[in-house]
Design a protein around this ligand. Structure first.
Ligand SMILES: NC(=O)c1ccc[n+]([C@@H]2O[C@H](COP(=O)([O-])OP(=O)(O)OC[C@H]3O[C@@H](n4cnc5c(N)ncnc54)[C@H](O)[C@@H]3O)[C@@H](O)[C@H]2O)c1
Length: 271
């Protein structure tokens, strides 16, 4: 163990069940000596699984629907009280598409659903940053991190409105990253993660095909949730003090590929 996060305090959102990327991040941060609060939407807390993680990591769970400003204020305030000081790292690991969930095609979106999707999956990132910024809740050198997906920049038709949410998430990272860096010396980044077998991931139509295609295209294969958690730890650590406003690909090389031999072989099978 390296104790890369010894003495650091944080907030980790989005741990729904043991498959969640945030769940792995919490386990890794705990193993590296960090203390943190866990948060999720009240409805997710009712499922109860997060309590196992809280017990294993000695963390307090604070409910927060990220579309509600009062919830967010309370989360940031209470976390500092519980942890005994300002924060050093915050993970935003939250995404949900109502139109995908309801099976609405991208050319037939319901805009009330879309508002909600953008609110939960992208504006919540701004809300989290702004709430921490205004409350002066993050220590200088602190690290704010959200999770993105390459559909923000390239077209993956079934990712639908979540592609637009992720574009906004990455844009907020740059825009707020400037202000947070300049005023308070805080880093703001996103990790663009490979397709990962979680509840949110598997909700996307054709997910298994996405997953296999990306795996075949990437020279290192898809990055899994544990590997993503390790990368998050590095970005929370003091080893990345001058990395900010970036969208960092954690995808086994997928983002720079044109075509791979594995995909050629797959396409020419039976020809
Ligand atoms: N799984 C993938 O293939 C993949 C790939 C790249 C990026 N990501 C991103 O990683 C992040 C985490 O997703 P995951 O794959 O671990 O799935 P997950 O389903 O385990 O996590 C999504 C979380 O968002 C939470 N959430 C939804 N609505 C909320 C609200 N109103 N308030 C607070 N929390 C709310 C859910 O309760 C859940 O814990 C998401 O941003 C997702 O888009 C996932």
């Amino acid at each position: 163990m390296h104790n890369l996060l010894k003495g650091k305090h944080g907030i980790i959102s989005g741990a729904l069940d043991p498959k969640s990327i945030a769940w792995k991040v919490a386990e890794r941060c705990h193993a590296q000596g960090a203390t943190f609060t866990l948060t999720n939407a009240p409805i997710a807390l009712r499922l109860g699984t997060i309590n196992q993680l809280a017990e294993a990591t000695g963390s307090k769970v604070i409910g927060c629907d990220v579309t509600q400003q009062a919830d967010m204020d309370r989360l940031v305030q209470e976390s500092q009280e519980v942890l005994g000081g300002k924060l050093d790292f915050v993970l935003h690991s939250i995404g949900m598409s109502l139109n995908i969930r309801k099976g609405r095609h991208y050319t037939d979106l319901d805009y009330d659903h879309m508002h909600k999707t953008l609110d939960i999956s992208a504006m919540s990132w701004h809300r989290l940053l702004q709430t921490c910024y205004k409350a002066d809740a993050v220590n200088e050198g602190g690290s704010m991190l959200a999770l993105s997906y390459i559909a923000s920049q390239r077209v993956f038709p079934d990712y639908s409105e979540m592609a637009d949410a992720k574009s906004m998430l990455e844009s907020i990272t740059r825009s707020f990253g400037y202000h947070f860096g300049k005023a308070k010396g805080v880093r703001v980044n996103t990790i663009s993660q490979s397709p990962t077998k979680t509840t949110a991931g598997s909700g996307v139509k054709g997910f298994d095909a996405f997953y296999d295609y990306a795996d075949k295209m990437s020279p290192l294969g898809n990055a899994n949730a544990d590997e993503c958690a390790d990368y998050c730890v590095m970005l929370f650590s003091d080893y990345t003090r001058k990395v900010t406003m970036q969208n960092l690909f954690h995808d086994g090389g997928f983002s720079f590929m044109g075509i791979s031999q594995d995909v050629v072989e797959q396409m020419t099978k039976g020809m």
